[in-house]
Write a protein that binds this ligand. Structure first.
Ligand code: ADP
Ligand code: MG
Length: 693
C-alpha cells in the first residue's frame, strides 16, 4: 500500500480515508460528513464518564445504564435460531452483570478476559439482569478505578454505521487531520475570548481527559461558528448600507384607509404595529428588506395586503408569491373577499391556468396598471413581465431559495421586499440569520380562536384514536393523519403512510373517504387531492408532512400525528396549525412518542400553543438543523454552537467581530489571511443569503 498520509488533506473526499470506502462514505453523507475535514467537526453529542456511570449492583431491569467492569468470563453461545451471541460477565466492586451482544460472535476476538469495558445500553430481563450494550469501548487491562476517570465520546451515528465504528474512524485519523488545521483566529481575539487554540480544541472535543475539557474544546468550536457568522453579517450590513435606494411611497389614504374601514374585524395590536413599521419603511427612500414573522394564524395576509395597497395607491403594482398553486389560489380568494368593498380583484398567475387567462394576466401585468398579482413560481418566469412592480411579497419565504426571492425582486426597478414566514424564531436569532433584514413580528393572535386540544396517546391506543377520527367525520368534520415516512420497511418498525392508508381504508375508517398524500404524489394530483379535501369530498387525508403549510380548511378538526418523536417541535406546531381554524373544537393527537426524553419534549409542545416558545425549545433541544432545512434556506447551519444556550459566547463573538471589522473590514491584514480563507470556504453559500432582492 502506498503511504496515504502524505496525501491527506482536509478537503479530501472522506471516501478515500483509510477505513472508510464507498459504502461507509454513503452512510457518512447522511451525517453531513463529506470530507476528511468534516470528520473533525462531527462532534460528540454526549460524553460518558464516571459521573454518568452506574455501579453494577444498582443497574435495574428496564433501565438504560452505563457501567465500567472487568471481564471475568466470556464466550460465544449459539441459540436455537442459529443466532450466535457473545456474552461476557462484567464485575466492579459493587457486583456482577451479564452483558450480551446478539449476532456479534466476532467480539470474542476483540474482548479478552480481564479487559475493562465501558458499556452502555438497556438492561433487560433474561434469566436475570442482562445488559445489552449499544455502545462500548474496550479500555484494555486498566484498573477499573482509573477507568472511571476516562471519558467516552458518543457521536451522532446513523443506521448502518455505529457509534463505535465512527469513533474508530475518527480516532484513527484524528492526529493526522488535526495537524492540518490552520488557526483562523488572530491571537488577540483568541486570548480575549479565553478559548483554546483550534488544534487543541479539536483534540479536547474528540479525546477529552475529562468532560470539562471537552466543554472547553466545544466552546472554542462554538465560538468560531458564532464569530464567523457575526463577521459575515457585519460585512453584509456594510454592503447593505451602501446605496440601497428604493421607492419612497406616500401614504395617500385612498385605498389603505378604505380597506381599514371595510375589514370585518378590527386589526390586532401586533398587526397595527407591523403595518406602521412597514409603511414607515416603504415611505423612506431606502429600499425595504423586511421579514414579517408570525405564528400560523397570526394574520399575516392582511398585513401584506395593506402593504400592497400602499403600493397601489402610489400607482405601483404588487406581487405576492406563494410556494404552491393551492396556496396561491387560496390567497387570491382571500384577497378577493377583502378587496371586494374596494372594487378590486387580484390577478392570479400560475403555471396551470388556462392559456387565455394567463395571456390576459400577462397583458395586465406588463401594462403597468396598478394591481395585485398573486401567484406561484410562475411570477418569476421569464415570460412574466411587470410594467411597474413596486412591492414584492413572498409568503412562506423559507420554502423558496435565495435565488427565487431575488428573482422576484428583479421583476421591478428595486421594488420593496416583504418576506413572510410562519416559522417563528426569536428576534435576535432572526437578525443573526438574516443579516440586513429588518423584522416585524406578529406576536399576538386574532381573538376568538379556540385553542387546539393537544393530547399524547400511547401507541396501544391507536385504534381508539382512529375511532375518534371516525366519530369526528360522522359529525361532518374532516381530519389529517400524518406519518413520518412513506413506505414501511422492516427495519424501521414505523407505520408508514402507504401501509396505514391501506389498513385504515379497509379497517376502522372503511366507511370514510380517504386519500393518500406524500412526496411521491405528483404536483398535479396533489393539488387535486388538496382541492377535494378543501371542498369536502375527502374526509380524511393520510399524509406525510407534505400537507400544505398555510392551507386553510376550517372544517378540519382532527390532526393525528404518528411517531411524533420523529418530528421537530416546530414542525409539529406547523402541523397542528392545520386545525383549529373553524368554530368547532379541534384536536391534535400525538400517538406513540418514543422514550422518556422525547416524551418530555412532546409535553412542552402539548402544553403551549405559543410558536415562539416552541421554536425556542426546539432550538435548545435539537439545534438549528431541524428548524430550517439547510439546503432550502441556505442558512449557515451551526454544527456545534447553540445560539440560545451559548448566549454568553455569542456576546463575546459579537464584540470580537465588531472590533475586527473596525480594524480591518476587508480582512486584508496578513494575520487575517486564514480567517478570510476559512470564511470563503465554509460559508460560500451563506454569503449568497444576504442578497435579498
Ligand atoms: P397567517 O399568519 O397564518 O398567514 P392568515 O393571514 O391566514 O394567518 O390569518 C388567519 C385567519 O385569521 C384568517 O382567517 C384571517 O381572516 C383571520 N384574521 C386575520 N386578522 C384578524 C383579526 N385582526 N381579527 C380576526 N380575524 C383575523
Ligand atoms: Mg399565511
Amino acid at each position: 500500500m502506498p503511504a496515504t498520509r502524505s496525501r491527506l488533506y482536509l478537503e479530501m473526499p472522506v471516501q478515500f480515508l483509510k477505513g472508510v470506502g464507498e459504502r461507509r462514505a454513503q452512510l457518512l453523507d447522511r451525517l453531513n460528513i463529506h470530507t476528511a475535514g468534516d470528520l473533525l467537526y462531527h462532534v460528540p453529542h454526549r460524553y460518558d464518564d464516571a459521573s454518568t456511570i452506574t455501579p453494577i449492583a444498582s443497574v435495574e431491569i428496564g433501565q438504560d445504564a452505563t457501567v465500567i467492569g472487568r471481564v471475568i468470563s466470556k464466550g460465544v453461545l449459539p441459540t436455537r435460531r442459529g443466532l450466535r451471541i457473545f456474552q461476557a460477565v462484567l464485575r466492579d466492586e459493587s457486583g456482577m452483570i451479564e452483558a450480551a451482544w446478539p449476532g456479534q460472535p466476532f467480539l470474542d476476538r476483540a474482548i479478552q478476559k480481564n479487559d475493562v469495558l465501558l458499556a452502555s445500553g438497556p438492561c433487560r430481563f433474561f434469566h436475570g439482569r442482562q445488559l445489552q450494550p449499544r455502545e462500548w469501548v474496550n479500555l484494555g487491562a486498566e484498573d477499573p478505578g482509573n477507568a472511571a476517570g476516562r471519558v467516552l465520546a458518543v457521536y451522532p451515528a446513523t443506521e448502518g454505521l455505529t457509534v463505535r465504528q465512527l469513533r474508530a474512524i475518527i480516532e484513527q485519523h484524528l492526529d493526522d487531520l488535526v495537524a492540518l488545521v490552520e488557526e483562523p483566529l488572530p491571537d488577540e481575539i483568541r486570548a480575549r475570548a479565553g478559548v483554546p487554540g483550534i488544534q487543541e480544541a479539536l483534540r479536547l472535543v474528540h479525546r477529552p481527559p475529562s468532560v470539562s475539557d471537552a466543554d472547553r474544546g466545544r466552546a472554542r468550536l462554538a465560538f468560531d461558528e458564532l464569530f464567523f457568522v457575526q463577521v459575515l453579517h457585519r460585512r453584509a450590513n456594510a454592503t447593505a448600507r451602501t446605496p440601497r435606494t428604493g421607492i419612497a411611497f406616500e401614504v395617500k389614504r385612498t385605498l389603505t384607509s378604505h380597506l381599514k374601514a371595510s375589514l370585518p374585524w378590527p386589526l390586532t395590536g401586533a398587526q397595527t404595529r407591523s403595518i406602521r413599521e412597514i409603511f414607515a419603511d416603504m415611505c423612506s427612500a431606502r429600499r425595504m428588506h423586511r421579514l414579517l414573522q408570525g405564528d400560523v394564524g397570526s394574520g399575516k395576509t392582511v398585513v401584506a395586503l395593506f402593504a400592497a395597497l400602499l403600493a397601489l395607491e402610489n400607482g405601483y403594482q404588487a406581487a405576492l408569491m406563494a410556494p404552491t398553486e393551492l396556496l396561491a389560489e387560496q390567497h387570491a380568494r382571500t384577497l378577493a373577499d377583502l378587496l371586494a368593498p374596494l372594487g378590486l380583484v387580484p390577478v392570479l398567475v400560475t403555471a396551470s391556468q388556462g392559456t387565455a387567462e394567463r395571456r390576459s394576466a400577462d397583458a395586465r401585468l406588463s401594462s403597468g396598471e396598478p394591481l395585485i398579482a398573486v401567484g406561484t413560481h410562475a411570477l418569476i418566469q421569464e415570460r412574466t413581465v411587470f410594467g411597474r412592480l413596486g412591492l414584492a411579497l413572498v409568503d412562506e419565504q423559507h420554502r423558496f431559495g435565495v435565488e427565487h426571492r431575488a428573482a422576484l425582486g428583479e421583476k421591478g426597478d428595486r421594488p420593496d421586499m416583504l418576506l413572510m414566514s410562519a416559522t417563528p424564531i426569536p428576534r435576535s436569532l432572526a437578525l443573526t440569520l438574516y443579516g440586513d433584514l429588518d423584522v416585524s413580528v406578529l406576536d399576538e393572535r386574532p381573538p376568538g380562536r379556540r385553542p387546539v386540544t393537544t393530547v399524547l396517546r400511547r401507541a396501544s391506543a391507536h385504534d381508539q384514536v382512529m375511532r375518534f377520527v371516525d366519530r369526528e367525520v360522522a359529525k361532518g368534520r374532516q381530519g389529517y393523519i400524518v406519518y413520518p415516512i412513506i413506505e414501511a420497511s422492516d427495519k424501521l418498525a414505523l407505520k408508514a403512510a402507504t401501509t396505514m392508508y391501506e389498513e385504515l381504508s379497509s379497517g376502522v375508517l372503511k366507511d370514510r373517504r380517504l386519500a393518500l398524500l406524500h412526496g411521491r404524489v405528483g404536483a398535479e394530483e396533489r393539488d387535486a387531492i388538496m382541492r377535494a379535501f378543501r371542498d369536502g369530498t375527502i374526509d380524511v387525508l393520510v399524509a406525510t408532512t407534505v400537507i400544505e403549510v398555510g392551507i386553510d380548511v376550517p372544517n378540519a378538526t382532527v390532526m393525528v400525528i404518528e411517531h411524533p418523536e420523529r418530528f421537530g417541535l416546530s414542525q409539529l406546531h406547523q402541523l397542528r396549525g392545520r386545525v383549529g381554524r373553524g368554530a368547532e373544537e379541534s384536536f391534535c393527537i400525538l400517538v406513540g412518542g418514543g422514550g422518556p426524553d422525547s416524551a418530555a419534549r412532546l409535553r412542552i409542545f402539548a402544553d403551549t400553543e405559543d410558536g415562539f416558545e416552541i421554536a425556542r425549545a426546539d432550538l435548545r433541544l435539537r439545534g438549528m438543523g431541524d428548524l430550517f432545512g439547510e439546503k432550502q434556506s441556505g442558512l449557515p447551519a451551526f454544527r456545534v454552537a447553540d445560539p440560545i444556550r451559548d448566549e454568553d459566547l455569542n456576546v463575546l463573538a459579537r464584540e470580537a467581530a465588531t472590533a475586527l471589522m473596525e480594524r480591518d473590514p476587508d480582512l486584508r491584514a496578513p494575520e487575517h489571511r486564514v480567517l478570510r480563507k476559512v470564511l470563503g470556504q465554509r460559508y460560500a453559500r451563506a454569503m449568497e443569503l444576504f442578497r435579498v432582492g
